[in-house]
Design a protein around this ligand. Structure first.
Ligand SMILES: Cc1cc2nc3c(=O)[nH]c(=O)nc-3n(C[C@H](O)[C@H](O)[C@H](O)COP(=O)(O)OP(=O)(O)OC[C@H]3O[C@@H](n4cnc5c(N)ncnc54)[C@H](O)[C@@H]3O)c2cc1C
Length: 409
């Protein structure tokens, strides 16, 4: 199901090229959904490497640093195309972009050296066909939602990841959980506090190479969906990195997290949309072939209504997430609440459409041989990561309170 929203022609070509790649890899990606999660770790890296054929990972990197110069809109288009075939693959590509975003933001906001240091080698590796895989690590065992949204009235969460300066080095210790790509990553952008009394007000962001001494992967998680994308725990034991690895100095980390989420939530909605479109498409194909009561089930009015509702929700999602992704590129600072609204709407549509697709397909929809049960498992994560939908709604409601407050005053 092609994008109906009127995007410039180059984005349609981008969609086609990414979709061709994902379609070719789909049989192997679906295999990763079936095998044990520890086995996936060895295989996922090779599949991500395939993306270098179209230099996919360099897509959102500015042309000055060797990338293709797309940003949020291009990322949303690409993630939709990938997720139509496998949401886990989209998550792994998206997690690399998420890991690079703090570097990109630093290069856009007054620290151009980080671009030469990290972004140029990144695009060069992609051009050589040996792409770097990145991750983004903020979540800690004691701070998930608390990290996405700090409650001013609540006590500060206990944060476990701490960085201290030692001459020309930074030494980082701590623990992060649920980190996409962690078991296969080359580099991870890690957020750490630098002053225990100040907590998040002292937060910094550092690039940690996973080959550094003291870096270890703890648990590798066995997940419900997105199984082709390995998720792991990171253990940091006095990891020493040179001072240029500090991309956001102490005190600026929290603002960079907010900017990162504003730029990433709308593209992540693309993953939800890709899943919803696949579920709709599978249900529509099935309904036009399956005969019950002497009629193809697509001729039963109640099934038609279900398909029409799914189609309508998909059109509404397209309009919301593509218009938001377009706008995010043009404004600074980008609107976190609008990006959050796109993520909440698209993820709820993905879950609802996947559920309805299973219903349209009856008993076969519930069977693992048909892809819609996987689509439901994949859709569910989009309501949880990038901040749970509850936390995203709180972000949106903060803006409402602020605006209503200013009308009243
Ligand atoms: C597969 C997967 C991949 C992930 N990838 C990454 C990654 O790459 N990098 C990264 O840093 N993190 C990642 N995460 C972490 C993800 O962002 C967190 O799981 C999420 O922020 C929720 O945190 P939590 O799991 O600790 O849940 P909790 O914060 O414990 O929340 C539990 C429930 O309580 C609700 N809740 C909590 N606080 C409030 C509140 N103030 N008001 C109302 N409701 C509240 C939540 O909405 C939720 O329903 C990933 C998670 C998963 C599952």
């Amino acid at each position: 199901m092609r994008i109906r929203y009127p995007l410039p022609e180059e984005y349609k070509l981008l969609y086609d090229s990414v979709k061709r790649l994902a379609e070719a890899l789909e049989p192997e990606l679906l295999e990763l959904d079936r095998i044990g999660h520890e086995e996936v770790v060895g295989k996922a890296r090779r599949l991500i490497k395939e993306s270098s054929k179209i230099r996919l990972l360099s897509l959102p990197i500015p042309v000055d640093f060797g990338g293709s110069g797309y940003f949020t809109l291009g990322a949303t288009v690409a993630l939709e195309a990938l997720a139509f075939h496998d949401a886990g693959f989209a998550t792994s590509i998206g997690a690399t972009w998420l890991g690079l975003l703090p570097v990109l933001i630093a290069s856009m906001t007054g620290n151009p050296d980080v671009g030469d240091l990290w972004l140029k080698p990144f695009t060069e590796a992609d051009a050589r066909g040996d792409p770097q895989i990145w991750g983004f690590a903020i979540t800690e065992p004691t701070a998930g939602s608390d990290y996405e949204r700090l409650e001013p009235r609540a006590p500060q969460p206990e944060l476990l990841t701490y960085a201290r300066r030692e001459g020309e080095y930074w030494v980082v210790s701590g623990r992060k959980v649920f980190i996409s790509n962690a078991p296969i990553a080359d580099f991870i952008t890690v957020f750490a506090i630098t002053d225990k009394a100040l907590g998040v007000k002292s937060m910094a962001c550092l690039v940690i190479p996973t080959r550094a001494e003291g870096f270890r992967i703890g648990s590798v998680f066995d997940k419900m969906g997105h199984r082709s994308s390995p998720t792991g725990e990171i253990l940091l034991e006095s990891v020493r990195v040179p001072s240029p690895n500090l991309v956001c100095p102490p005190g600026t980390g929290w603002d960079v997290v907010q900017l990162t989420l504003a730029y990433s939530r709308a593209p992540v909605s693309g993953i939800a949309l890709g899943v919803a479109k696949r579920a709709y498409w599978e249900a529509a194909k099935y309904a036009s072939a399956r005969v019950q009561g002497g009629l193809r089930i697509i001729e039963h009015q109640i099934i038609r209504e279900k398909l029409a509702n799914m189609y309508t929700l998909i059109l509404a999602t397209e309009a919301l997430i593509y218009s938001t992704s377009q706008r995010l590129e043009k404004e600074f600072p980008p609107s976190l609440e609008d990006s959050s609204a796109a993520k909440v709407f698209a993820s709820n549509v993905a879950v609802n459409v996947a559920l309805e697709a299973i219903q349209v397909m009856g008993g076969y929809g519930y069977m693992r041989d048909f892809i819609v049960e996987k689509l439901l498992r994949d859709a569910k994560l989009t309501q949880i990561y990038e901040g749970t939908n509850e936390i995203n709604l709180l972000t949106i409601s903060d803006k409402i309170v602020e605006e209503v407050g200013s009308i009243g005053s």
